[in-house]
Design a protein around this ligand. Structure first.
Ligand SMILES: C[S@@+](CC[C@H](N)C(=O)[O-])C[C@H]1O[C@@H](n2cnc3c(N)ncnc32)[C@H](O)[C@@H]1O
Length: 212
C-alpha cells in the first residue's frame, strides 16, 4: 500500500468512529454553517460533484437544476447522508470514492465541484492530488467552490482555536493550518477567482474555475 492509500485508510477509519456522533458533535457549528450552505449552493446548475459529502449537510440546499454526485471516503458517513439525499430537491448519487483519485468520475464530466470542510481534513501531502482530480473532472470553464477553516490572525480567536486544535484533529482529522490556498495557487489548470471570509478571518470561501 503506498503512503497515499495509508493516509486515506487512516482517515476513513477515524470517520468510521466519528460518523456515530458527527451530527451531534457538529451541531453548535452547524448553527452557523446552515446559514451559509444555501448561499453557497443556490446558483448551481448541471453536473455537480460534491467531494467529502460527509453526512450530507449540503444536500437539502441544492437547487432542482443540479445533478449531484456526492463522494466520500467513508461508507459510514455516506450511510448517514442517505436520508438527506432522499430529501434533496435534485437527483443525488452517493458514491464511496477518494477525492484524491476519483477513479469512477470521468474526465471533463462536471460543471461544478463543491467541497465544504474537506481540505482542512485532508493531509497536506494529499491536497495536490485532489486538485489534479478537480482539474481533470471539471469541464473547461467548470467552477469550484470550497469552504475551509483557517487559523485567525486575531490573537484571542487564534488562542481559542489553538485550545480546540487537538480535539478537532483527533475527532475530525481537521487542522487550522492547512495551506490549501497555496496548493490552489500552484495547481495546473485551476484559477482562483475570488476569496471571501464568511466569518472573521477563519472561514474562507474559495471560488475558482478550470482554465485549461
Ligand atoms: C469535516 S467532514 C465535512 C462534511 C461535509 N462536507 C460538511 O460540510 O458537513 C469531512 C468529510 O470529508 C471526508 N473525506 C476526507 N478525506 C477524503 C477524501 N480523500 N476523499 C473523499 N472524502 C474525504 C470525510 O470522510 C468526511 O466525511
Amino acid at each position: 500500500m503506498d503512503p497515499l492509500d495509508e493516509s486515506a485508510r487512516l482517515l476513513a477509519a477515524k470517520y468510521r468512529v466519528t460518523a456515530w456522533f458527527y451530527d451531534l458533535l457538529d451541531a453548535p457549528w452547524e448553527h452557523l454553517y446552515r446559514r451559509w450552505r444555501p448561499r453557497l449552493l443556490a446558483d448551481l446548475t448541471g453536473d455537480v460533484l460534491e467531494a467529502g459529502v460527509g453526512t450530507g449537510r449540503n444536500l437539502p440546499y441544492y437547487p432542482p437544476a443540479a445533478r449531484v454526485t456526492a463522494i466520500d471516503l467513508c461508507a459510514a458517513m455516506l450511510r448517514r447522508a442517505r436520508r438527506r439525499a432522499r430529501q434533496a430537491r435534485c437527483p443525488v448519487e452517493l458514491r464511496q470514492e477518494d477525492a484524491t483519485r476519483m477513479a469512477t468520475i470521468a474526465d471533463r464530466s462536471q460543471d461544478w465541484i463543491v467541497a465544504t470542510f474537506l481540505c482542512c481534513v485532508m493531509p497536506d501531502h494529499l491536497q495536490p492530488a485532489s486538485l489534479v482530480q478537480f482539474q481533470r473532472v471539471l469541464r473547461p470553464g467548470g467552477r469550484f467552490r470550497l469552504l475551509e477553516i483557517l487559523y485567525s490572525h486575531t490573537p484571542h480567536i487564534r488562542r481559542r482555536q489553538q485550545r480546540l486544535a487537538p480535539f478537532v484533529e483527533h475527532v475530525y482529522g481537521a487542522r487550522f493550518d492547512r495551506t490549501t490556498l497555496r496548493y490552489l495557487e500552484e495547481a495546473e489548470g485551476l484559477a482562483i477567482r475570488r476569496t471571501t471570509y464568511l466569518k472573521d478571518d477563519t472561514y474562507l470561501l474559495i471560488e475558482g474555475e478550470r482554465v485549461a
